[in-house]
Design a protein around this ligand. Structure first.
Ligand SMILES: Cc1cc2nc3c(=O)[nH]c(=O)nc-3n(C[C@H](O)[C@H](O)[C@H](O)COP(=O)(O)OP(=O)(O)OC[C@H]3O[C@@H](n4cnc5c(N)ncnc54)[C@H](O)[C@@H]3O)c2cc1C
Length: 515
């Protein structure tokens, strides 16, 4: 592979790499999932090493052509690219935007602009790795380089290993080693922002013929979604707003984060996905808050950011997880298939299982593209361990619907729920969708928000409406089977079926209870 992979951030002198990076006359920065103009590794290095720097974003047909025509992510990206373009103009540069196949467009553009090198932030997803390898080969054929930098994570690939030099497969020791590495180097070393602004005068203005216009959604074959109606903040400014809001409640994160009706988490995942916020900036804030306030909320939140690095690392060392179980013996599990399974899967997708918390969660996903973390665990467990359906079907559905879809975190989450992943929950741990609902949405506030037809049901019955006496249902104006489905399965029976389904991997005795 011809990508010059620079892990400048992992060696002494993060801003002055110990080897000599060449200097260039003209360079091109290719923005991908890093749609910001501050603390940006590739942009910083390009500006620092070049006399003139052009910037490009490609709406990559290789990705876009396979998406549904109404996709909030495309709209989120477009809004964020528009903001990026405006910011770049205000700093004297210009964003070239194309709707094309990136593997062809980048080498062609590099030729047209006569650049010596293309700078990118490293992308770890398998399709991105092969795309970048193709681009690097094309560029090299024309005497140009593709320079790739760490930017998306704090520690990448093999930067955090066990004492034996092996990749971790359990989170807690990984997290301890991660924290140790951060603190030993002095937090500033890994978390300091790249001072892009220092060299902004080197941003170049390409000829108008190269720039082209910003494509509209319709130009790319997409329709408008409900993104703006949802009031979802996009771009760098949107991330900043969310971060400011979260700053005032981070102290309560560890106690509030599990309750979907409460504004507990940061809602920054889509911004991390598309890089409108810097992971270094977020980790810096968490570390500072921990130091200043000794705050449990920040420590728990930092842990979540470390989970993110952890799953990136797992995907890097075990790319097979994208298709198969992390633990190979789990590939022998006999999943349900056929018409009945398809019917159950459809009920899950559309939020019609008869279990209100599961259905409300799926409604949240379908209506907004976001799902609360606790509910991702509940719905994933329900699909796998109540309906007996292969985790890959759920993983794919989430991949289509989540605004923040990230192969590594999504796969990690699904394999955790299926017990087939690294450091996953044991296979005999099965969420009870009723007790989860009673525990985490006790008053049914979240359920009522997404399933308004259940709103008149008293709290006592909102978690399992089929247990409500007939007069209660009548009073609530609810006919089960007409206004809201009867449960598609019976949890206790499903739990037993799952325990025998998982017998193929059984290594330890099965405890009697579920959660
Ligand atoms: C089945 C399943 C699928 C998931 N799919 C995704 C996905 O496609 N993309 C995604 O970003 N997260 C995924 N997660 C992890 C988690 O649910 C989301 O990151 C979180 O809900 C996003 O909301 P937030 O930004 O408000 O999170 P916060 O609670 O504010 O957390 C801050 C950030 O930490 C990271 N993070 C938090 N929890 C996890 C985790 N368990 N694993 C990895 N990173 C984490 C995310 O980047 C998140 O934005 C999944 C979890 C499960 C159980």
């Amino acid at each position: 592979m011809a990508i010059l992979s620079l892990t400048a951030a992992s060696r002494p002198g993060r801003f002055l790499p110990s080897f000599r990076m060449p200097t260039f006359n003209k360079s091109l920065v290719w923005f991908r999932r890093d749609l910001r103009l501050f603390d940006h590794a590739a942009l910083y290095h390009a500006l620092r090493q070049s006399r003139q720097v052009y910037c490009v974003f490609i709406f990559d047909r290789a990705i876009l052509d396979g998406l549904p025509r109404r996709d909030r992510r495309v709209e989120f990206i477009l809004d964020s690219v528009i903001e990026l373009s405006q910011e770049l103009r205000s700093k004297g540069g210009r964003l070239i935007v194309r709707h094309a196949d990136a593997t062809k467009e980048i080498p062609a553009l590099a030729e047209q602009l006569g650049v010596d090198a293309v700078f990118v932030n490293r992308d770890y997803e398998p399709h991105a790795v092969s795309r970048d390898a193709m681009v690097a080969d094309e560029l090299r054929g024309a005497g140009r380089q593709l320079l790739a930098f760490k930017d998306q994570v704090i520690f990448e690939t093999d930067e955090v290993l066990s004492q034996a030099g092996k990749p971790f497969s359990v989170f807690t020791p990984y997290k301890n080693a991660w924290l140790k590495k951060l603190h030993l180097a002095g937090d500033d070393f890994f978390l300091k922002a790249y001072p892009v602004e220092t060299y902004c005068t080197r941003l170049a203005n390409p000829p108008p013929s190269v720039c082209g216009d910003m494509p509209a959604l319709a130009d790319m074959g997409f329709e408008k979604t409900n993104l703006s109606a949802l009031g979802m903040p996009t771009g760098m400014s949107g991330a900043e707003t969310l971060l400011r809001e979260f700053g005032s409640r981070v102290n309560q994160y560890h106690t509030a984060r599990d309750f979907p009706a409460v504004k507990g988490p940061s809602y920054l995942s889509v911004h991390l996905r598309f890089g409108t916020v810097s992971i270094r900036g977020l980790a810096r804030k968490a570390v500072d808050a921990m130091r200043l306030q000794g705050c449990n909320g920040s420590a728990t939140w930092l842990s979540e950011l470390i989970w993110r690095d952890f799953y990136f690392m797992i995907l890097y060392f075990h790319p097979h997880v994208a298709e198969r179980c992390f633990k190979p013996e789990y590939d022998a599990i006999p999943w349900e298939s056929g018409e009945q399974a398809q019917m159950l899967f459809n009920a899950w997708c559309t939020g019609a299982t008869g279990y209100p918390l599961v259905d409300a969660a799926m409604a949240q996903l379908n209506e907004t593209g976001y799902m609360h973390n606790r509910l991702r665990m509940v719905t994933a467990s329900f699909l796998i361990k109540d309906l007996g359906i292969d985790w890959r079907s759920g993983d794919r559905y989430f991949a289509e619907r989540l605004n923040d879809f990230d192969l590594s975190a999504n796969n990690g989450g699904w394999q955790w729920a299926a017990s087939s992943g690294c450091d996953a929950q044991p296979y005999f741990r099965i969420f009870n969708p009723i007790t989860q609902s009673q525990k985490f949405d006790a008053e049914g506030k979240f359920i009522r928000r997404y399933l308004p037809h259940l709103s008149s049901l008293p709290g006592k019955y909102i978690h399992a409406p089929w247990l409500a006496p007939a007069p209660v249902l009548q009073q609530a104006g609810l006919v089960l089977g007409r206004d809201y489905p009867l449960p598609v399965i019976q949890h206790d029976a499903a739990r037993l079926a799952t325990l025998s389904r998982y017998a193929v991997v059984k290594k330890v005795p099965i405890p009697a209870s579920d959660e």
